[in-house]
Design a protein around this ligand. Structure first.
Ligand code: ATR
Length: 287
């Protein structure tokens, strides 16, 4: 890769940012498409997010991704926030407009939806209520995606019930009923369900595993885990053993990057087997 005066620039702002896999993801697509572009990590302290965002157009950047801890804080700095990102309360993709304005988007909903479409082509929103474990930012994106897809009931199960209540009130939708359930109902709430999605951090490397009894869940209901380190969580292994279709978290991570790449660099990209393999190699836990 050769950087010149005409190279299109984008990056990811975070603090810390060294753990982010986004430079690898966008670097793969830049190589694959041959676009004259560069995507760099931008370590930005929380107190500097406004200055850093305002500097994007001045420095000639096309935009950036945001990661921890900037996804909520950026909302008040931007010139425009798409309605979906406003509903979810988080922005992960910034696009610099032609006049230097800053537009914020949330592409996690797109990432979840596209991954589901690709991994479970036969799943139908009418299959039954969807059970969502967790009520953080990731849960909000999943609830919005499932509501938009036409699921008529979403059951949000969370250890801290007030966070589930906030999801239900912030994301209220016309055709989707959001019901909330305490964590001690995590087994019974699965009855009649058509899909189960883990959005909690349980099962992630360094966190306790998610150990729940899946016996009430109809075998036809797929089980999705948005955790991607490790790829095969205890939840997915248990679901696989019981005969459920399972979907790991890597696909959502890769698909959520597509809208940003396409906006900044102007070339369509896809999630290929080669991309998955390259990302998997980088995700292997250090020995
Ligand atoms: P994100 O924005 O990535 O979704 P988050 O907002 O930190 O991250 O949300 C983490 C989710 O994992 C929350 O739903 C959290 O439950 P609480 O709202 O009760 O904190 C859930 N979680 C984390 N550790 C948990 C545990 N030990 N048992 C049950 N849920 C847990």
């Amino acid at each position: 890769m050769m950087i010149t005066g005409t190279t299109r620039l984008a990056g990811i702002m975070g603090w810390p940012v060294t753990h982010s896999r986004s430079p690898l993801l966008h670097g793969f697509w830049l190589d694959e498409t041959g676009v004259d572009g560069a995507y760099v990590p931008l370590p930005v302290r929380p107190q500097h997010i406004e200055q850093a965002l305002r500097a994007l157009p001045i420095l000639g950047f096309r935009g950036c991704n945001l990661t921890i801890p900037h996804k909520q804080a950026a909302l008040s700095v931007l010139d425009r926030v798409e309605p979906l990102a406003r509903r979810i309360g988080a922005v992960n993709t910034i696009v610099v407009g032609p006049e230097g304005s800053l537009e914020g988007r949330n592409t996690d909903v797109f990432g979840f939806r596209e991954n589901l479409r690709e991994a479970l082509p036969d799943w139908k929103p009418a299959a039954g209520p969807a059970v969502i474990l967790g009520a953080g930012g990731a849960a909000r994106a999943v609830v919005a995606a499932l509501g938009d897809a036409g699921v008529t009931e979403v059951r949000v199960v969370n250890r801290t019930l007030v966070r589930a209540e906030a999801v239900a009130s912030d994301l209220s939708m016309h055709n989707t009923r959001i019901t909330i359930h305490p964590w001690d109902k995590v087994t019974t709430v699965q009855r009649d369900a058509g899909l189960l999605v883990n959005t909690t951090s349980l099962g992630m490397a360094g966190e306790p595993p998610l150990m729940i009894d899946l016996s009430p869940l109809p075998v036809a209901a797929p089980v999705v885990d948005i955790v991607y380190v490790p790829l095969e969580t205890a939840l997915l292994s248990a679901a696989r053993r019981r005969g459920h279709a399972v979907v790991d978290g890597l696909g959502m991570l890769l698909h959520q990057g597509r809208p940003g790449f396409e906006a900044w660099f102007g070339a369509p990209v896809r999630v290929s087997g080669e991309l998955r393999a390259a990302m998997l190699a980088s995700l292997a836990p250090a020995r």
